[in-house]
Design a protein around this ligand. Sequence first.
Ligand SMILES: *Cc1c(COP(=O)(O)O)cnc(C)c1O
Length: 422
Amino acid sequence: MIRLNENYLKLKSSYLFADIAKRVAAFQQQYPDREIIKLGIGDVTRALPKVCIKAFHKAVDEMANDATFRGYGPDQGYGFLREKVAEHDFGARGAGIDADEVFISDGAKCDTGNFQELFSNDITIALPDPVYPVYVDTNVMAGRTENFTNGRYQGLVYLDGTKANGFVPGVPDVHVDLVYLCYPNNPTGAVATKAQLGQWVDYARREKALILFDAAYAAFIRDESLPQSIFEIEGAREVAVEFRSYSKTAGFTGTRCAYTVVPKNCMIYDAAGKAHPLHQFWNRRHTTKFNGVSYPVQRAAEAIYLGDGPRQVREITNFYMSNATMIRGRLTELGYACTGGTNAPYIWIDAKMDSWEFFDLLLHGAGVVCTPGAGFGKCGEGYVRISAFNNPKQVSVALDRIAGALRGHAPQPAGDATPSVN
Ligand SMILES: *Cc1c(COP(=O)(O)O)cnc(C)c1O
């Protein structure tokens, strides 16, 4: 009899996006003439930068010729990309990372989800709330939690994100072995200062813990005093792993390319307390289960660092950040307290009512779709996330309609907006 890994039965089905889709579909059926604008999506809307397309095409042409064709590449990624990552994303910011500490992959979702395979099953894990669900669910699947009761998995240490701590929870006053951090944050848009990350690095060194740092949104940081990488913090190399992705940075959500940095002096301990370099185990896992990212995709990613690449990428992130500024400004003007939107493409809004109630108010009153914060954890209740991944015209129309709805005005008449792009 084929038996199930019953940890899968513990998973609380993530109904969030299905629930949203259901409510939107019901609304659309009831009011077929109303145009809906989606500000709930965590996906990019702009095309790949021109430099990437050019490099992509060139690499595809190389595949068409026996002399330049490439078969299996290195599992960890081609040297040309790993070297550029080390130099531009870390070296240029004073963080010493070697090319062979960079593992190219097909996504930060897979990497953040897979990394937990390297850990013993009885470790204690701290996670922020609200949270990117991948960190939680992959540990549930692995059997590191008890059941889901009262909105939380028993056996995890939740780090409460609140208005009081600006959604940057501090270190816990208990011991944990592993902590997930994500800055700039999805869903709250909050960012951590060097001092705040420094406290985590100190904590991890003291407790012999490991930090898994998700920096998928590093490219959206505009305040130059903020760290873009945890490796800008002294001592972090010994206690941290960092995940990055080209998905939001350069529109690679459908193209797929990301990387994970595991410093060679970052240690993990066996049951006897003996230290081992973590790098060798991620290398072993990666080479056993992964066969590399396609050559043209790695060439497309490399183009981001060359010639006009940095400018083109900056232009795209600026485009989204100007939407973010517009959203944050308008909601603030309407009297809503906002987190994020200044160094992140998400704006986290204190709804001053139940998350889903506010969602319905925006849907029915404005024809605008947002994401209820309750879907990201207990601490997300009473908040909604608005995404800046859209075009400015849509955002502007959406904000006008939101202003109307929130002032208690009648919903806008149909047919006054540009059609939704997604
Ligand atoms: C979008 C996102 C990622 C990127 O995932 P990919 O698999 O690289 O597309 C990683 N972490 C967070 C928090 C994200 O929102």
